[in-house]
Design a protein around this ligand. Structure first.
Ligand code: MTE
Ligand code: MO
Length: 323
């Protein structure tokens, strides 16, 4: 397999904004917005919410977290490969298809249905869905089941905060997610490579784990279409396919939801799909991975290196059976 990446030097420097630059810029814009609102209405109703704009635009008002590049201690994967080497079958099955075929996709306006076992079900537009939450930047490892990996600075909101806000009830044992189902807008859906819409799900305690993130951006920018605009999941201790893109529906339910890759090949892809170097895929080993940009393979870590945070979720479970 020969893959040609855009070199870092091919990305115009205008596309690269260091975190401190975009944080400062946002701070300025936010202050300006508060002054503006105060002048118009004579009151200040808390921090101005900056709705994410168009893909590739700078996001502002992003909090730093403990999940930094320094704390992870691994190099970031460059913006080029992060946005040109993708899996997003709604836009084709080749790695560069999503970047090519999602160019004209319009992720705004966007509505999101929250239903099932919740106190506040409803259909929300993206801005209202995000509005009370504070955006955070988190640098996570990302491991595809195909044995390649990346390190990406995501921007998003904790899924746990969303679950709490909508008031998941006692019957909410699982949360199911669905991607947009619209072949006019997602031309890859004209082919039946998977059963559409793409579906994924988590157990509610997995959704409540502090690592689980609903992502709206990366590298300080609004999420590019090929990475799952405008809203996608990121569960870094699981194989990449659990991190469903372009989400239009979240359903809280009692039963374990069906998931796309499990429906397509249950022998190969289980519901849990936790990264596990000791459990091989039926067609290849998962013991090692190629970090995109590296030449040599590196060993894959249990739960993708997040065992301390998530190991207890699976205490007592047979991880060979629950793959
Ligand atoms: N809706 C949808 N979500 C999806 C996929 C997809 O084909 N459709 N591919 C998954 C797989 S296999 C991976 S590895 C990641 C890739 O995310 P990235 O392109 O942002 O790296 O998205 C996941 N989410
Ligand atoms: Mo993947």
């Amino acid at each position: 397999m020969l893959i040609k990446f855009k070199k870092a030097s091919d990305v115009p420097s205008s596309e690269i904004t260091s975190p401190s630059v975009y944080l400062n810029r946002r701070h300025f814009l936010q202050s300006a917005a508060i002054v503006g609102a105060g002048a118009a209405f004579g009151s200040i109703a808390g921090p101005a919410f900056a709705a994410p704009g168009n893909p590739g635009e700078n996001l502002g008002n992003v909090n730093k977290t403990k999940w930094t590049q320094d704390s992870l201690g691994e190099k970031l994967t460059e913006y080029g490969p992060v946005t040109t080497y993708n899996n997003f079958y709604e836009f084709g099955t080749g790695k560069t298809d999503p970047a090519d075929n999602a160019k004209n996709f319009k992720p705004r306006p966007w509505s999101l249905a929250v239903d099932g076992a919740v106190e506040k079900p409803g259909v929300y537009n993206l801005e209202d869905f995000l509005n009370p939450h504070q955006l955070e930047e988190r640098v996570y490892r990302f491991r595809c089941v195909e044995a390649w990996s990346m390190v990406i600075p995501w921007v998003g909101i904790p899924l746990a905060d969303v679950v709490k806000r909508f008031g998941a009830t006692g019957n909410a044992k699982y949360v199911a997610f669905e991607t947009l189902n619209d072949a006019e807008r997602m031309p890859g859906q004209h082919r039946s490579v998977l059963e559409w819409p793409y579906r994924e799900g988590l157990r509610i305690d997995e959704a409540m784990n502090p690592l689980s993130l609903l992502v709206v951006g990366l590298y300080g920018k609004v999420l590019p279409n090929q990475n799952g605009a405008p809203l996608r999941l990121m569960v870094p201790w699981k194989y990449g396919f659990k991190s469903i893109k372009s989400i239009v529906k979240m359903t809280f339910q009692e039963k374990e939801p069906p998931t796309s890759w499990n429906m397509s090949s249950s022998r190969e892809y289980g519901f849990y799909s936790n990264v596990n170097p000791e459990v091989s895929h039926p067609r290849w080993s998962q013991a090692k991975e190629r970090r995109i940009g590296d030449f040599l393979k590196r060993p894959t870590k249990m739960f993708n290196g997040y065992e301390e945070e998530v190991g207890q979720l699976y205490a007592g479970m047979d991880l060979k059976k629950n793959y």
